[in-house]
Every structure is written in C-alpha cells, then in structure tokens.
Design a protein around this ligand. Structure first.
Ligand SMILES: Cc1ncc(COP(=O)(O)O)c(C=O)c1O
Length: 424
C-alpha cells in the first residue's frame, strides 16, 4: 500500500484534527449529559414556518429553486439581508454581500485569499477553534493577544508589545480576527471604546479586521453595542472590516447559510475563492430563508431564542452557585449573550485529564486548551447552556461539581501529605 504521508501536500500536513470533535466522540453515549457541543436549542427552530416557506418556494419558483445559482448568492435573499442589516444601522448594497455555506466557509476562504505560508493573523487567547483550524490549514501562524482583566476586549498594552516584537522579527501580519459579541469560548463582549481602539490600531498599522459575529443577535441582557463594521463606517470608512454573519444561531444551523459583508473588491476576491469550493450555496435553502424573512418572523424567532437562552443561562448560573465548591480560584463568567460559560479552575487541575473522569461520571464539557493555538491554559473549560434541558442542566452541573470537588479534595489530601510533620 502507498504511504499516504509521502503524497500529502504541505497544507494537508499542517491540518490538525479538532480536539473538540475527537473528544466529542466520547460523549456520544445516550446517558451522558453533554455541555460540550455548541448546539442551539432545537425548540428554537421554527419548523412549521420553514416548512411553509419551502412549500411557497416550490410553488413560486419550481425548477429554478433546484438549479445552480450565482456564486454571489440568491438576489431575493441578498435583498432581504440588505434590509435586515440596514435596519441595524449598517449601510450596504447588494455588491457588499456574499452568501456563504455558513460562516465556517468564510473562515476558510479568508486565509485562502490573504495568507501565504508563514503569514500571521492576530487573534485573542483563547479563540474559536474552527478559525484556528482554518488558518493553520493554509500554514498561517497566529499572534495571540490576552484579554484585559476587565474582559472588555484585548489587553491593548499587550497588543502593542506583542505586535512591535512581531514586527521587529519581520513577521508579516495580514489581519486581526475578532469575535466581539459574546466570544466563543469566553463569552467576552467588547466595549465600544475597545472596538474603536482596535479600528484605530488597524488604520495605523494598515491591517484588515475580520469580525466574526455569529452570536451578535443572541443578546439577552443589556443594550446592543454597534458592530466594528458599523463603527468603522462612521470613522474613516476605509472598508477595512470584513463582517461574517450566519443563520446558524439565529435560525437553524442545518440551513448552512451565512453572509459576508465587506468592500466590493474583497467580496469579488472571495467569490473567486468560493467558485473553486462549491460553485454556489444551496439555492433551495437560500430561497426558503428569503421566503421566511419576508414573513417578518425572523425577529420573533430571535426574540424567542434570546428568552429561552436567558432562562437557561440564569438557571445554569444558579446551579453553579448551588453545587460548586466556594473558592476564589473557581470562577465562571456571566455573559450577557451567546451560548457559553467559561470556567476557570484551580491551577493544578488539568481539564484534559479531568475530562475522562467527567465522562465516567456521565457529564462532558470542552477542555479550555482546545481554544489555544499557543501555550494553552489547562485549567479552564467551556460549558454550553443552550442545548440541554433544565433537568439536564441541574443534574449535569451537580455531576460536574462532584468531579471537580473530588479533584480538589485529592490534590489537597496529597499536598497535606507532602507537608506532614514527618516530611519536614
Ligand atoms: C465564533 C464562530 N464562528 C463561526 C462559527 C461557524 O458557524 P457556522 O458555520 O455554523 O455559521 C462558529 C460555530 O459555532 C463560531 O462559534
């Protein structure tokens, strides 16, 4: 048999399996309560309305809906999206839109068109694992920036320091990758001041910003903050921001439809990249969503979804308070939106090792280290609150708290042993 490794391209060689997907395989047993996946709640999917929308598509368009479409995307859907974005204060025309097979495809296109092997992307530490995979699969490198202590965006002092060091080492940096609204995995939401500051930084250093916004509309507490795309339009409007949006979290991820908002020349380059990937996104699904949007029910779906997630998030926070040991070094975020909580554990707990003990106790999470592309922090985990039922959240957090308590107890018993009088 031929040795596959000898035939692989250097790009394929640099592709890494997602740790999340590998670990998730362990959680496929029916009795495990999994807080690991990033799945939206199925009860938020408007099944009947989408079914009716798709019936109307067949009545109105017949074979056209089953034909190839343009790479740029279906004009009916694009017109709806222009309306939808304009209502949120973004000014754009059809030429500024590209329909993608959801945001993950756009995340793959960007390094494809911007990066030569060894080029750098600036990103938060931690950041979305699917973006790391895409960048690394084109042999891109990443410059990690920690978040500020107040969780309002990057630590800007560290950004300047690390950027200067990278420049002095002649590293070629192409764009900054950000998830400013309820970041996956940390739940961090950037303040408007930090959003402006990162635009100023990108202007000064002549960089693009990729703003990935799958959770932007999933805000269930507080006021919405303008997107970086929107803010830049009100500043020098140089068109340096590329905004990725998706129906995955506001409608249903199985539709696999997303959209990119950007300057026309960037959209055109992405169109060429997309032609080689899939020719076009499913016409049938695009038309179904356009029909659904025409009913005006997307807003209601989003509001309902936010209500359900607010309740689940509050319930999970209550259960964490109730079951987790009370310690200064065991903390969790309280995000105002999105799908995830981020837990920081005592420094001696390696959540990758703990994962196997947790699955024995029939509860699962995502290890924090999966979201680091450099020097991972091993004592953190991401837990999802959107997918599980209230009863599962109650039982799952109880099990997780027991696993963590056992780990703390056995560490403390061990360190007491080491400092016992005989040992001194
Ligand atoms: C930050 C971020 N970007 C992009 C995606 C990809 O989403 P999709 O391809 O379903 O639009 C996800 C999925 O969870 C995500 O969390």
């Amino acid at each position: 048999m031929q040795d596959l490794a000898a035939f692989l391209s250097s790009n394929a060689g640099s592709m890494k399996k997602s740790v999340i997907r590998e670990l998730l395989k362990l959680t496929n047993q029916s009795d495990i309560i999994s807080f690991a996946g990033g799945l939206p709640a199925p009860e938020t999917f408007p099944v009947q309305e989408l079914r009716e929308a798709s019936d109307r598509v067949f009545e109105k368009y017949g074979t056209i809906a089953l034909q190839y479409g343009t790479t740029e995307g279906d004009n009916d859907l694009k017109a709806r999206l222009v309306e939808y974005e304009s209502a949120q204060g973004v000014s754009l025309g059809m030429q500024n839109l590209l329909i993608t097979s959801a945001s993950q495809q756009a995340l793959d296109m960007l390094p494809k068109i911007f990066l030569d092997p060894g080029d750098y992307v600036i990103a938060g530490r931690p950041t979305y694992v699917g973006a790391i995979q895409a960048i690394q699969s084109y042999q891109g490198k990443m410059l990690g920036i920690p978040f500020s202590a107040s969780n309002d965006g990057f630590d800007m002092v560290e950004l300047e320091k690390r950027y200067e060091r990278a420049k002095s080492q002649r590293k070629r940096i192409k764009y900054i990758y950000l998830i400013p609204d309820f970041q996956n995995p940390s739940g961090i939401c950037w303040s408007v001041e930090k959003r402006r500051a990162i635009i100023e930084f990108a202007y000064r250093e002549d960089l693009f910003i990729v703003e990935d916004s799958p959770y932007r509309e999933i805000r269930f507490i507080g006021e919405s903050i303008p997107s970086i795309y929107q803010l830049e339009q009100g500043m020098e409007n140089r068109g340096i921001v590329i905004n990725l949006k998706t129906f995955s979290k506001i409608l249903a991820p199985g539709t696999r439809i997303g959209w990119v908002i950007a300057r026309e020349d960037i959209i055109q380059k992405m169109v060429v990249a997309k032609q080689a990937m899939d020719l076009c996104t499913s016409v049938l699904t695009q038309k179904m969503i356009a029909e659904f949007m025409a009913t005006g029910k997307l807003r209601n779906t989003i509001e309902r979804t936010c209500g359900i997630y607010r309740d689940k998030r509050n319930f999970m926070l209550e259960k964490l308070e109730e079951y987790m040991p009370k310690r200064f070094d065991l903390t969790w975020t309280k995000p105002e939106g999105g799908l995830f909580l981020w837990l920081s554990l005592p420094h001696y707990i390696d959540t990758e090792k703990l994962f196997y003990k947790a699955t024995e106790k029939k509860v699962a999470y995502v290890v924090g280290s999966a979201f680091y592309f450099d020097e991972p922090e091993v004592n953190s985990m991401r837990i999802n609150f959107s997918y599980s039922s209230f009863a599962q959240i109650d039982e799952g957090i109880h099990r997780l708290a027991e696993v963590i308590k056992d780990e703390i107890d056995s560490y403390e018993a061990g360190s007491r042993g080491q400092t016992s009088p005989e040992g001194l």
